[in-house]
Ligand binder design. Sequence first.
Ligand code: 4M4
Ligand code: FE2
Length: 494
Amino acid sequence: MATLPAVQSHFPNRPQFQGFMKPCGVEGEAFNLEIEGKIPDEIDGTFYRVMPDPQFSPFIENDPWFNGDGNISAFQLKNGRASFKQRYVRTEKLTREREAQRALLGKYRNKYTDAVEFKIRTTANTNVVHFNGKLLALKEDAPPYAMDPVTLETLGLHNFDGQLPSLTFTAHPKFDPATGEMICFGYEAKGDGTPDICYYRIAADGTFLETVWLVSPVVAMIHDFAVTANHVVFPIMPQVCDIDRLKAGGEHWQWSPETPFYIGVMPRVGATAGSVKWFRHPNCFPGHVANAFEDDRGQLVVDIGVSPTNVFFWWPDANGNSPRPETIVSRLTRITLDPASEHLDILPEQVKTLQSSNSEFYRIDDRFAFGRHRHVFYDAMDPALGTDFPSIAPNLGGGYPLYNSLEHLDLETGKTSVYFPGRHHMVQEPVFIPRKGSTEEGDGYLLALVNNYATMGSELHLVDTGNFGETLAKVVLPIRLRHGLHGNWVDAAE
Ligand SMILES: C=Cc1ccc(O)c(OC)c1
Ligand SMILES: [Fe+2]
């Protein structure tokens, strides 16, 4: 066997491995965490979230944040108390690297750069959802890894008892609040560089209901998607893949300024390969979806973050150009589409900025998913709030977007409320927790992991949506958790 590429015993001298982004590497539990304020007794459930957290120093130059091993945190809130558990997903990658005591995986989504051959090379680092009694740790390049929701033990790669037809599985499945059905897709579904998209619906008991194969107009990233009562919507990011570049040891993704922002629309049930329509919007970067629904006239209304420039600045265009990170701005945008239209070019009047904040990581009250929503919660960056940038700058690390506040947008009144966690803090993605016994949309709590750059520790902040400016409770963790991606609240009743 060829000699393995050399690795260092310390992490690279790069922003994505420094300060708050220094790998955490911790597995374990902590009981009875320190709480400031009061967690309402009625809150009973667990907040699961995942962060990319490399176990070993990579042998890849400038390895991006998105390539770290999935480390799952579970915060249980019960009887006004909080406890914490954390475990890595036992992926094939993590397990084999632990045996070898070194990094074996090469570049992000480029198997041609690996030091050994993997069957499955996913890091399972992007989202964690609860489905049919299991946790599914997700990354869009592979099937899920299933985990035990209580012990966080990895049960193994999950192909739904052989029913999964796709090599890949989105990190953003959607759940029908009425039936519990999980609506999913995979892109590059027949392997790296393939334009194939596989769409599938899975009943709450894990039975596959339907599979549809389609072909994308470009081989490009489809990170999030949207579902309404009768349709599904695929927003395609102009980050494109080329198999020859991969084989030459290059990046999986390259920003393509010539490529429009394609939006695929097709029926949610009973579609065939020919049912999909590819709408075109001028080049831009589509981010996460807040929600989508059908209005009275049957038009699709998609609320999504849109940035005029490439948010994934670490994957530049063919000439090596990327925006400077501090210039990137994403805004919550409403795109309205007529699924019956033959006019596939999206006109300016179909696109409306809903809110001017630089924002991302939109969440709604999921009980209202696929229908008209009134309330949106998200991360926002507003330097005017008073963040002490000079003092925290040396601790920030890099390679990830910064948001210093949580916002609540009421689409009915047009009013925005702001939660500012403190002058030395940045926020991660929030989750919404409904108030017990209340069926009113958005009535409950918002819970988010917060990075405190003064203490270099993590905190959970709990906010009552009825009193958004105030901290209801702050859980102080005995540990620093790296910046992460997505998570979900699972009520104990589930
Ligand atoms: C936020 C998006 C995103 C997209 C692709 C990824 O592989 C990923 O890994 C953490 C994250
Ligand atoms: Fe995401």
